[in-house]
Design a binder for this molecule. Structure first.
Ligand code: NAD
Length: 252
C-alpha cells in the first residue's frame, strides 16, 4: 500500500533539488501533488515528471516571498486538490556565505523574504482550513544552519534559525487542533542552490573549516524519504521536531 495514498500535498520550490525529490517521492507514494516554483520551466518539468510517475499533479509559478503570489498559490492549490493535507515549505536561497558586516540590506531582505517570510505567508494562508478540519501537516525544509552558527552566511543562518522557531511555535500552538509542524534539516545536498563565488575572507575561512568535517554530500532522494515519513501516519506522534539528515556532520 502506498504510504501517502489519498493524501494531498503542496510543495514549494518543487522544481529542483530537494523539493523536486520530495515531489517525486510523494508521487511514488500515491499522493496528489500541487507544485510551486518561481521558475516556470522547472515547474512544468516537475509537474510532467510527477504525472509520469502516475500521480495526479498540477502546479503554479509562484514567488513565496510575495504575499499576493502566496495567496494565489494557496487558493489554486485548494481548488486543484480539494483540500491541502500536507504543506512542504521548501523554497529557499543561500546568501553567498556573507558575514554580517558584508550583508547588504538587499541581500538580507531577499534571504529573509524567501526563507522566512515565505514560510510564514504560506502557513498563515493554509492554517485556517487545517484548523477547521482538525488536521494538517506542515514540513519546513530548514538546514543544520538553523541550529548551528557555522554552516551558512549570516542572513541564511538567521533565516533558518527563524524558520525553526516558526516550526516550534506552530507545533505548540496548533498541535491541539490536530496539526503537526516539523522541520527537516539536511546537511549538504547536491542541488542547484547557488553558493555564489564572491566570498569575503571571513566567509571563506568559515566555509573551509566547515567543509573539512563534511561527510559525503547527499542526493535529493536521500532527503525525500524523511519528508515521506513526516507526512505519513507513522509520524503521527512527531510534532515540533527538527529531523536532522546530515550523515552526522553536526555531531562531528
Ligand atoms: P535548489 O536551488 O536546487 O531548489 C530550490 C528551488 O526553489 C528552485 O527550483 C528555485 O527556483 C525555487 N525557488 C527559489 N526562490 C523561490 C521563490 N521565491 N519562490 C518559489 N520558489 C523559489 O535548492 P535546494 O538545495 O533543493 O534547496 C531547497 C531547500 O533546502 C532550501 O530551503 C534550502 O535552504 C534547503 N537546504 C539545502 C541544502 C543543500 O545543501 N542543498 C542544505 C540544507 C537545506
Amino acid at each position: 500500500m502506498a504510504e501517502l495514498a489519498g493524501r494531498t500535498a503542496l510543495i514549494t520550490g518543487a522544481g529542483s533539488g530537494i523539493g523536486l525529490g520530495i515531489a517525486q517521492a510523494y508521487a511514488d507514494e500515491g499522493a496528489s501533488v500541487f507544485l510551486a516554483d518561481i521558475d516556470s520551466a522547472r515547474l512544468e518539468a516537475a509537474v510532467a515528471a510527477a504525472r509520469g510517475r502516475g500521480a495526479q499533479a498540477s502546479g503554479i509559478t509562484a514567488d513565496v516571498g510575495d504575499l499576493a503570489s502566496v495567496q494565489a498559490m494557496a487558493a489554486a492549490a485548494t481548488e486543484a486538490l480539494g483540500r491541502i493535507d500536507v504543506v512542504c515549505n521548501n523554497a529557499g536561497i543561500l546568501d553567498d556565505l556573507m558575514p554580517a558586516a558584508d550583508t547588504t540590506d538587499a541581500l538580507w531582505r531577499r534571504v529573509m523574504g524567501i526563507n522566512l517570510d515565505g514560510a510564514f505567508y504560506v502557513c498563515r494562508a493554509v492554517l485556517p482550513d487545517m484548523v477547521a478540519r482538525g488536521a494538517g501537516i506542515i514540513i519546513n525544509t530548514v538546514s543544520i544552519s538553523g541550529s548551528r552558527g557555522s554552516r551558512g552566511g549570516f542572513a541564511y543562518t538567521v533565516s533558518k534559525h527563524g524558520l525553526l522557531g516558526l516550526t516550534r511555535s506552530i507545533a505548540v500552538t496548533y498541535g491541539e487542533y490536530g496539526i503537526r509542524c516539523n522541520a527537516i534539516s539536511p546537511g549538504s545536498v547536491e542541488t542547484n542552490i547557488s553558493t555564489g563565488d564572491n566570498w569575503p575572507p571571513i566567509g571563506r575561512t568559515l566555509r573551509e573549516k566547515g567543509l573539512s568535517t563534511r561527510p559525503t554530500r547527499a542526493k535529493p532522494n536521500d532527503i525525500a524519504p524523511v519528508a515521506v515519513f513526516l507526512a505519513s501516519d507513522r509520524a503521527r506522534y512527531v510534532n515540533g521536531h527538527d529531523l536532522v539528515a546530515d550523515a552526522g556532520w553536526t555531531v562531528y
